[in-house]
Design a protein around this ligand. Structure first.
Ligand SMILES: [Mg+2]
Length: 339
């Protein structure tokens, strides 16, 4: 560790000396005290996730009060090392548990503006020691509950929900109207070759509710292996992009090393930044928006079924360039016709 720090840039040395240390904070909420463990290189957003684990109050519902820090705790991207926190002082949280999930699509997080991260930058983020350490910590903290057992010899498909499987911003009498066309056909077909996990940047309540409403959790033709939520995400830092959350597949690989790896995993998401810790395993899906207008024309899941089944024969999916999935489909079609 020491030699690593010495060889890194001066900025990294300055960060690592303060941040690797864990800090135990006492949070008062609703007449009780809770203990959360954080590090200096965690953000305020991550602190709120830890508090959510202890209290079930969603991060977006929390207001944190602490002496002499002004409004710093309102900025989710701020690093805790930039706030003078002391283990001896107690933090107060104000917030309410959502007993009833509010089925208001406007309530779920909205990130439309994706950004393209250059390849060099991706490697920097993926190989960054602080980010790798955050992933290791998350692996230790997050439990993946299996709804169905992992299957020997199957590959892994990880799916985002919002704009990938479901248009969460449109309104409808029935959520089924907002489901991406061919969802059940897609899941039934790819289940032959892939274990399926669903990973959303929202809360587990929302994931379960949404997937239940769409009939994904009890379909007789396929089974979902596991559901993951925002608590499984890791906040990473990039010099150019600042701080943002991503979905590291390494978390799943570490939990099930005998089944899944970089070689047999693929993830669909409408936001490229979510793949930043494993860029070779991500496929950016065209977002499914304006469900009412696009419901009759959207064919993405049909085309992606072909792609997934075609590549399922390969030993190493990470050798593919998933940006070119559409031309892979066309080439594959031609090969089959002429071969
Ligand atoms: Mg999405």
């Amino acid at each position: 560790m020491e030699s690593d720090a010495m060889s890194s840039s001066s900025a990294a040395v300055a960060v690592s000396s303060v941040t690797e240390e864990e800090l135990t904070l006492t949070v008062k909420w609703s007449g009780k005290e809770y203990t959360v463990r954080v590090c200096g290189d965690d953000t305020v957003g991550e602190l709120k996730r830890r508090i959510c684990e202890a209290t079930n109050v969603l991060p977006k519902r929390q207001k944190l009060l602490y002496p002499k820090v002004g409004s710093k705790l309102a900025d989710d991207t701020l690093l805790l090392s930039e706030i003078p926190l002391k283990a001896s002082l107690k933090m107060t949280m104000i917030g309410t548990v959502e007993d009833e999930i509010i089925v208001d699509p406007m309530d779920s997080p909205e990130i439309i503006d994706d950004f393209e991260i250059g390849q060099v930058e991706e490697v920097d983020i993926k190989d960054n020691e602080v980010n790798k350490q955050k992933l290791r910590r998350r692996i230790g903290q997050y439990k993946i509950e299996l709804l169905n057992p992992c299957r020997e010899g199957k590959k892994l498909l990880v799916l985002d929900i919002d704009y990938t499987l479901f248009d969460h911003r449109s309104t409808a009498e029935n959520p089924l109207e907002l489901m991406r066309p061919y969802l059940h056909e897609f899941l039934s077909a790819v289940y032959a070759e892939y274990d399926i996990m669903i990973w959303s940047a929202t809360s587990m309540k929302w994931v379960e509710l949404k997937m239940g409403q769409l009939g994904v959790l009890n379909n007789p033709n396929y089974k979902i292996t596991a559901l993951l939520d925002h608590m499984a995400m890791v906040t990473v830092r990039s010099d150019a992009r600042g701080i943002f959350d991503c979905k590291p597949l390494g978390l799943i690989w570490a939990h099930f090393p005998e089944f899944y790896s970089a070689k047999n995993s693929i993830m669909f998401d409408d936001l490229r930044r979510n793949f930043v810790m494993n860029p070779q395993n991500g496929l950016v899906i065209k977002p499914f928006r304006k469900a009412h207008a696009n419901r009759d024309s959207d064919q993405e899941l049909v085309k992606l079924t072909q792609y997934l089944l075609a590549i399922a024969e390969l030993d190493d999916l990470s050798a593919l360039d998933h940006k070119k999935w559409e031309s892979f489909n066309e080439d594959n079609f031609k090969r089959r016709r002429h071969g």
